[in-house]
Ligand binder design. Sequence first.
Ligand code: ADP
Length: 639
Amino acid sequence: MSAPFRIGIRGRLFWAFGAVAVATIVATVVAWVSFNRLGDTLELIVGRNVPAVTLAAQLAERGGGIIGTAPALSSAKDDAERERIWMQLSARLQDMNAELDAMAKGGANNEVLANFNEAVTALSVNLKKLDALVSQRLARSARKEELIERLRWSSADFLDEIEPMIDDSRFNIDLALTRDGSSIKTPGRLNQEMVKQRSLFKINADGSLLAELIGRAANIPNIDALRGTELYFREIESRIDTSIQAIEAVPGALSLRQSIKDIQVFANGPQGVFALRALELNDLESERDLLIKNQALLDPLHTLITQRVDEEIAAALRSAERSQASIRQGRLWLILAVFVSLVVAIPFVWLYVGRGLVGRITRLDESMRAIADGDLGADVPVGGEDEIAKMAESLRTFRDTLTDTQAELVQAAKLAALGQLTAGISHEINQPLAAIRHYARNTTLLIEKGCKAEAKENLDKIDELLEKTNRITGSLRDLARKPKRDLRRTDVVSVLDDVLTLLERRVVEHNVEVNIQIDETCRFVLAGQVRLEQVVLNLVNNAIDAMENISARRLIISAHSTDGWIELRVRDTGSGMDDHHLAQVFDPFFTTKDVGEGLGLGLSVSYNIIKDFGGIMRVESRIGTGTTFWVRLKPAPEV
Ligand code: ADP
């Protein structure tokens, strides 16, 4: 028949810890996977989504900056200002291109990048066009300013021409009027002069008007007004032409015409103020268009940026959701792993370790303590088939062996005590017997001689000696009697009397001073007379032995009442013991005496006897000072 498969404590512990370890490993792996996923997500968000959103935001900011700055380019006062603003714009364009490169490196979608590139390129082209236009317009404006400057000189020349002619004409008219009515004589000439003067006035006014119209045209705000001004200018031109024709014969008319032509030059041809202003207005219009287009170009860029930001945010949210899901899943697994650990660990620790192992070990420990304290009837719980059960079995075997051994020991000690007693008693009895024999012989002789009084004296002595012998044999009887289990009211004084009677010879021989102090209230204890005598006999014998080589030999036996106990104290002034001896003094067979003199059983047997009485026995000793044995016993109830 094959042996049944058994799992010992080691196996059970192995399986339980194995299960908890597996649950812990599962929990660790789950936590590791969750953290890894979370880490990946964070890396994605921090490494890709956040930079992408940041780049897009920067791109949007640059775009906004460009749109904000571009009108400043258009309203630049001069080339230097235009140049400065253009530098700013190009720097922003460069930044935008750099951000696009960064986006490409950051792994942005190709299509999105292509759209961004297209938008930024279109913006760049537009801005370049705007710059070219502004540059061209500023050049035209400079040219126009120059023309206007020169126009002022030509106007001055015209005035220089016409004003003397008007003065002449005024003079001629004045002259004609002041010369004795010559005007009356020559009214045609005066009229002629007046007509000429009127023409000159007209030419003067129209010439100035021409110059003024050119000047006004230079800054006219819109093309329609410019066209109207030009038409008016042409009208004045033809009017002034007519006026000049009217004074053609007048000296200076030619140079006057020339000075008017000099003014007209500024208004005519593709380099004239009208043409330049028209081109300038056209440029401004184109610039406005370009600025609007800029804005329009930025709109898709913004849309793209918003789209891109939305995409990245959505991607980040998706990643976060994914990792949240994995954390949720991980949490569930962790809870499961912890639950499994608890399910395994709690019953194991509570039931198996706590109640099973620890409970059984505690019970075993209690049994061990009881056995160690001498309770050989202590129960040893044996159960199960594991290591503790084996220990319990061993303990039970040990207890049984100990019980047998103790019984043997008690027996051996009894025999030893009996032997010792027998030797002492035979000595005690032999001595009175010899004396009795001696007195008996003497008595016979005295009776034969008729000395009755002496014979009676001898018979009294024989009676005394017989009484002593009787006492000794009485003690022997008591000691030899089988000790009874039941405890009785025992008189300590009587016990001491018996013991000291038995040991009287030793006490006298060893010259020991015995001092007994028994308080009347501490006389009666719960014990067995014979067994208590056995204990005291042993203590006194040991004390006498210990004082063998000491000069001052005192034995003090006292009884006191303490903490509800009666304490019997046996103190000697013997050699004392060191700690090493003290620790073994109650061990069976511990003796320091020579072979044949001591068995080393007296104290161990005494100890057990006192325990049987429900009392306690202990010892204190110091080398050179002496030894004290305390025997605590329960007081006997009053009768
Ligand atoms: P035994 O007397 O046969 O040796 P015991 O058990 O009575 O056995 O005593 C054990 C030992 O204890 C003694 O051998 C002795 O060394 C020591 N002992 C006992 N009582 C005293 C004492 N009063 N003073 C010094 N030593 C003692």
